[in-house]
Design a protein. Structure first.
Lengths: 564, 311
């Protein structure tokens, strides 16, 4: 084994990872169907290679194949070779693979909380890597772990060493995972959507950190992502994947500016622009008026008063007919709480929610029911938003039947609203599991529209959809707004999406509204420091994806000129 | 989790089952039409099929007891006491000269009745209480503490107390066996309801103005069916055992009702003379409980395919 290594990697610029004609197939199914088919690419030392693709494109399967971590009894490499530092992973024994992980190749996953053991202090978990792979003494190991923690810029490393994962923030956890992956100085780091679960500001820091560590250790990085913003930010070379095949490989500028394949072109141009469209100020009547809304969660104790958490404080906003108001903010900013209060899925602690002038904030039971019809909600996760046991038609007609429409009429209306969202009426007889995520989200929108509400609350409706599908759903919402004059409260964490669809933007932080105004003003001339930081953290700001060209971030919508 | 991108910060962390991208075919889902095929396939595997056949045979025997060459199971014939198996008395006779074969065959009726009765009653009552505990937050604390209390009482002791209070009859025994099983069902149902109530499709139904009873019956209770079927089979098996234990201890059915438990109880003094008195009802009891348990396991695997793959 060592011989091979010596023979193959004397030169400095030989690729660390060579994937040669790799195919992966499902165990037990005849060879006609591949999950990954004949893919080839390589990663050189110190290079940042981004693998992009939509869900189901095979990018994660490729990563798992390189690590030798394909689910046993599920998927199996059926052809080709994966050479890591000259050694073929496909044919390596389990024992050899174990030795190679962490020393030659390491992987970072999307969700740092599940990648760490919740009952072991993080320092111990990093220490374990050293204990298994090296002969260092206890003191040496501790030294090494502490210096590693230091190099990922964690504060107060001695305290962090003894901390449990739940005591750290998402960004800190991802730093821990990174130090665990890099402590033995592997030649190849595979990062599978490492920043997708993080807020934009944290994402920016982690991307920066990966870059820094890579340069320091000359590590080859294979960075898997679905986010073209991130790609534009960090990639040197890009591999575009679709349905288990490599569509295109090329330098960052070539792929982003001169994509050769139609698929790549479509994918790149689907990325919403950060530059807001100029819109006329909405002048319709006010359908929703939220005034001084508060929601606090109190921890109940038998003696004394427990901790209280203010999820929303003094929130004021109005929504006009035909207007799309975007509520943006990072996780925990209270944007979903506000949405759920307006739909009355949670009861607000105080304040007023006036729908067409009538306050429903404290209305209960029978009094509330007629108002249910005027406000509808669409959720983030289309897979959980439809009752799996009910036919699509029944789900859509349910609301109308609840409000007293006869069944035939309700079903007729369901057909109509399915047409509105661009689906065929014959889907009525089918069950939700027969549809893709994008189709399900359309069904959810149809269900909400069937009762002809005045207000649609959309809670991250496109966040779990692929960019191409996302673009379609956004277009659909826009059309519906044009046609029906519905008012939309659009909750999102993605400024690009907000820039595309919103007339007005409300920025929230820690349960409070920090800035509100027309989308154009908020995104190009932000008044508050926090808004500015959010915009600056949005990845890929220096690239205009629709027009396949770079833009000068300093002349772009945001004021980097204002020194922070 | 790495297979599904586009997760929003920290909110959508539910783990999707690892979906194999087959040719446009829908992912397997517990409730879809394709799930039933999977259910049937699982039940057709060796052990489950044997258990099913065995249980079918016992049910058949119980139903057609009078036509299987049996005599009156309580007809006493003092002249024929403690006989070993003969052509006339296939499994011999007991201390009163009663035909053991007939008694065991008729005993299967009691066992199945008790098993089915206890399973149905505890599931019905437990479902009702569980839904209340799971949905009405105020009731939850009280109901669950009462259930904890019931769980703390040893079930056999509770049964003996109930039987001695209200006399030995089938109904008393049934109630005595059912009560200790209820808390388990309540916990199960409450857990499911608590998870399901925050599902987006339930919240969507609320915002569509669905009334509470419909909301519960249409959107929430169906999720409890699969785990309840599995729990039901376990209760079925344990109820049969408990009835046998109670009858064996003399706190069960009155002596004129032949049950496997009291056949064994009466036979225990003559074990060395005629071991069949304990052996034959014992074999029936073990086979019934075994096949119900195997069937329960198979059903759990069939209803939760992910679990089956792990085991």
């Amino acid at each position: 084994m060592n011989l091979e290594t010596n023979n193959l990697s004397p030169g400095k610029n030989l690729p660390v990872l060579i994937i040669d004609n790799l195919s992966v197939q499902v165990v037990g199914i005849p060879t006609t169907h591949y999950v990954v088919e004949n893919i080839s690419f390589d990663v050189k030392p110190g290079e940042m290679l981004c693998v992009v693709g939509e869900s189901g494109s095979g990018k994660s399967v490729t990563a798992l194949s390189v690590m030798g971590l394909l689910p046993r009894g599920g998927l199996v490499p059926s052809g080709g070779a994966i050479l890591v530092d000259g050694e073929n992973v496909v044919t390596a024994s389990q024992k050899r693979l174990r030795e190679m992980r962490a020393t030659r190749m390491a992987m970072v996953f999307q969700e740092p909380m599940t990648a760490l053991n919740p009952v072991v202090p993080v320092g111990k978990q990093i220490d374990e890597v050293l204990r298994v792979h090296t002969n260092l003494t206890k003191i040496e190991r501790r030294e090494k772990v502490l210096s590693m923690l230091d190099s990922v810029h964690l504060p107060d490393v001695k305290r962090i060493y003894d901390a449990y994962p739940h005591q750290l923030s998402g960004g800190q956890r991802q730093r821990i995972v990174l130090s665990m992956a890099l402590i033995l100085d592997p030649k190849l780091l595979i990062a599978d959507e490492p920043t997708t679960a993080l807020d934009v500001t944290t994402q920016k820091q982690i991307l920066f950190l990966i870059r820094e560590l890579q340069e320091e250790h000359n590590t080859a990085v294979m960075f898997i992502t679905h986010d073209f913003g991130v790609v534009a930010e960090i990639a040197e070379r890009i591999v575009v994947m679709n349905r288990g095949r490599v569509v295109e490989v090329g330098q960052r500028e070539d792929i982003l500016a001169r994509p050769r394949q139609a698929y790549t072109r479509m994918l790149v141009s689907s990325v919403p622009s950060l530059i807001p469209k100029m819109r006329q100020a909405p002048m319709g009547e006010i359908v929703l008026d939220v005034a001084a809304l508060n929601k606090t969660y109190a921890e109940k104790r038998i003696f004394g008063s427990g901790r209280t958490v203010a999820a929303a404080q003094d929130v004021n906003l109005t929504l006009r007919r035909g207007e799309i108001v975007g509520v943006v903010g990072e996780s925990g900013s209270g944007k979903s709480t506000v949405a759920r209060c307006i739909v009355r899925l949670v009861d607000p602690t105080s304040g007023a929610i006036r729908i067409k002038g009538l306050d429903i904030a404290q209305a209960g039971g029978r009094k509330l029911r007629p108002f249910r019809r005027s406000t509808q909600i669409v959720f983030q996760d289309p897979y959980r938003s439809l009752n799996p046991r009910r036919r699509v038609g029944d789900s859509i007609a349910e609301g109308l039947i609840n409000f007293g429409a006869p069944r035939e009429k309700a079903l007729a209306k369901a057909v109509e609203s399915l047409r509105t969202v661009g689906l065929d009426p014959d889907v009525m007889q089918r069950y939700p599991h027969q549809f893709s995520g994008g189709q399900r989200q359309r069904i959810c929108i149809a269900r909400a529209l069937a009762v002809e509400p005045d207000i649609l609350v959309a809670d991250e409706p496109v966040s779990s959809l692929d960019v191409s599908v996302q673009a379609q759903v956004l277009k659909l919402l826009e059309e519906i707004r044009e046609r029906t004059g519905i008012a939309v409260l659009f909750i999102t964490h993605d400024l690009r999406v907000a820039a595309q669809i919103c007339d007005t933007i409300v920025v929230m932080q820690n349960g409070r509204i920090v800035e509100a105004g027309p989308a154009e003003t908020v995104l190009t001339r932000p008044q508050r420091e926090y808004t500015r930081a959010l915009i600056e953290a949005a990845p890929g700001r220096d690239w205009d994806f629709q027009n396949f060209r770079p833009v000068d971030a300093n002349k772009a919508p945001i004021f980097s000129r204002v020194t922070l | 989790m790495s297979a599904t991108p586009n997760h929003k910060p920290g909110e959508m962390t539910r783990e999707e089952p690892f979906e194999l991208p087959l040719t446009g075919e829908a992912a397997p889902h517990i409730s879809g039409p394709s799930a039933f095929g999977h259910f049937k396939r699982t039940l057709k595997r060796g052990p489950a099929l044997m258990a099913l056949l065995m249980l079918g045979a016992i049910v058949f025997v119980a139903f057609s007891a009078p036509f299987l060459g049996t005599t009156d199971p309580i007809a006493i014939d003092p002249g024929q006491r403690l006989r070993l198996p003969t052509a006339e008395n296939w499994l011999g006779t007991d201390a009163y000269g009663r035909d053991v074969y007939s008694r065991v065959i008729y005993g299967s009726r009691i066992s199945l009745m008790v098993g089915l009765g206890a399973a149905l009653m505890s599931v019905a009552v437990g479902l009702l209480i569980g839904v209340i505990a799971g949905y009405v937050r105020l009731a939850d604390a009280i109901v669950m503490r009462v259930m904890d209390g019931v769980m703390a009482i040893p079930s056999i002791l509770l049964a003996i107390a109930l039987v001695s209070l209200s006399g030995a009859s089938l109904l008393t025994v049934l109630v005595a066996i059912t009560i200790p099983e209820i808390p388990r069902v309540v916990r199960l149902v409450r857990g499911v309801i608590l998870t399901v109530r925050s599902e987006p499709y339930v919240e969507a139904a609320i915002s569509l103005g669905t009334r509470l009873p419909t909301l519960l019956l249409r959107h929430m209770v169906p999720n409890t069916v699969a785990p309840l079927i599995v729990q039901g089979t376990y209760i079925f098996a344990s109820a049969i055992l408990t009835e046998a234990i109670l009858s064996f201890l003399g706190a069960g059915l009155p002596p004129e009702k032949s049950s496997w438990g009291n056949i064994m109880a009466e036979g225990r003094m003559y074990f060395q003379l005629t071991p069949g008195l304990i052996l034959y009802p014992g074999i029936f009891l073990s086979l019934t409980v075994l096949s119900v348990n195997v069937l329960g396991d198979a059903m759990r695997d069939a209803l939760d395919p992910r679990m089956a793959r792990k085991l």
